[in-house]
Design a protein around this ligand. Sequence first.
Ligand code: NAD
Ligand code: MN
Length: 506
Amino acid sequence: METYRLYIDGHFVDAEGGRTKPSINPFDGEAIADIPVASPGDAEKAIAAARRAFDEGPWPGMSGEERSALIGALAARMKERQKELAANEARDSGGTIAKCGADAYLAQRQMAWFGEMAKRYNAEAREIEGMSRPGRSFNYTIREPIGVCASIIPWNFPLLMAVWKLGPALATGNTVVLKPASDTPLNALELARIVDEIGFPPGVINIIAGPGGSIGEAMTTSPLVDKVAFTGSTEVGRDIMAKAAGTLKKVTLECGGKSANIVLHDANWDIAVDGSIFASFYHQGQVCESGTRLLLPKDQHDEFVGQMVAKLEALPMGDPLDPATRLGPVVSERHMATVLDYIELGKKEGATLACGGARATEGPLGKGYFIQPTVFTDVTNDMRIAQEEIFGPVLCVLRYDSEEEAVSIANDSIFGLGGGVWSEDLDHAREIAARLRTGTVWINDWHLLSERMPFGGYKQSGIGREFGEEGLNEYTEVKALHVDDTRTRDNKPWYDMLVPREKTDA
Ligand code: NAD
Ligand code: MN
């Protein structure tokens, strides 16, 4: 079995006391690798290394071109090892090889894009127009790195989330301590091996695996950390923000969602039925911006649900490594129990099961953590299954009378991450989209994100953005510069305010 180590200050090291634990394949419950379990002491070593690399190392002062070359080399190596990373991801997370293959492709492409962006964050000056009067002063801003970033990521997109955190931090000249989720540490630790081959200055990238509670605490409270970047549940996001408050760290949070998928009366069902399945059941529903509340016009409800259920029941479930598999297991036994509890809750709350509703155990599925794709109808928006994130293959269907009502149901949520509208009338769909209080809206589509577009949440779905210019800016401080162009007394407004002006010409 493969053994991994922590990556701290440019070295592979064991966790304190040599503690390890197996990483599990959710398809069959088998151990696939031996993973170090970092202690708070290990986290402190990683943070100290990142601090030294920022304060004393060459990294933050390098030119954008130099940093770009290293990030580009990292992307190129990730591309060469794409297939292997995809297979690791499928075995560690239960994501299908179709999904993990797409992720491994996107991961290297996005890292390459961050490498390109690094060239732009070379203390590029932005002149503030209108303030600089000829013969007086020149005013401009520059963006500088924040410092040490503590990055904490979830288990649903282990490799992509690592890229989303490392890419912008590195492109803008920060140093990083990255912590993968305990259920899916493999690819972050594999990435450490690739990073090591490239030759970043020691301490710029540190990757440690361990429990969120204990090492997360060190990462969010250490006075040596300047920024915390987190993706995960809203509950943990709140806790992280509270802990980071003690030292007023910069915080970006990408948290949960309960996104509304609105099918309008004139939607093209040729794509809307499959699209609604994709919106909610991709990666077994373990995607933060999934369309987990499907809003259907009352008079089309039964027919639409009927078509969906027939297709869902035919989706092949099985080994994530089999290219024919469309639904894999959920990530862990513990998470399976949580999702099954929500299904029980839905029944108690009075929703109707249109399909699924239980663990799937036929044949080889019995050893893994499989849940039947589940659709609840007769859901009302005040039910807990409509308000809370289930993060599994469970869809809630709600009926609406008017579009007014659909918009109001969509916005009646503490979350605001994704959302979607299906309609043949694009202008009208855009009017509806404008009324949704949410960070991303897809019209006749779902899940597609681009490194060039900002992604993030309204309301309790998060703080800040990832990707795009907005996302890169989250990793910078802004410095304002005022340069006196004249170097004479004549134009200084502060004479006569405090210092008496000496009459030089008298
Ligand atoms: P989680 O919040 O339990 O864990 C996320 C990460 O935080 C893990 O690395 C975990 O070890 C760590 N952690 C746990 N407790 C911590 C603490 N007290 N302090 C510091 N770190 C701690 O979430 P999860 O179960 O891994 O992932 C699923 C959740 O993530 C879902 O709610 C989903 O919506 C959300 N998510 C959001 C996005 C997004 O972009 N908005 C993306 C993916 C997942
Ligand atoms: Mn695993």
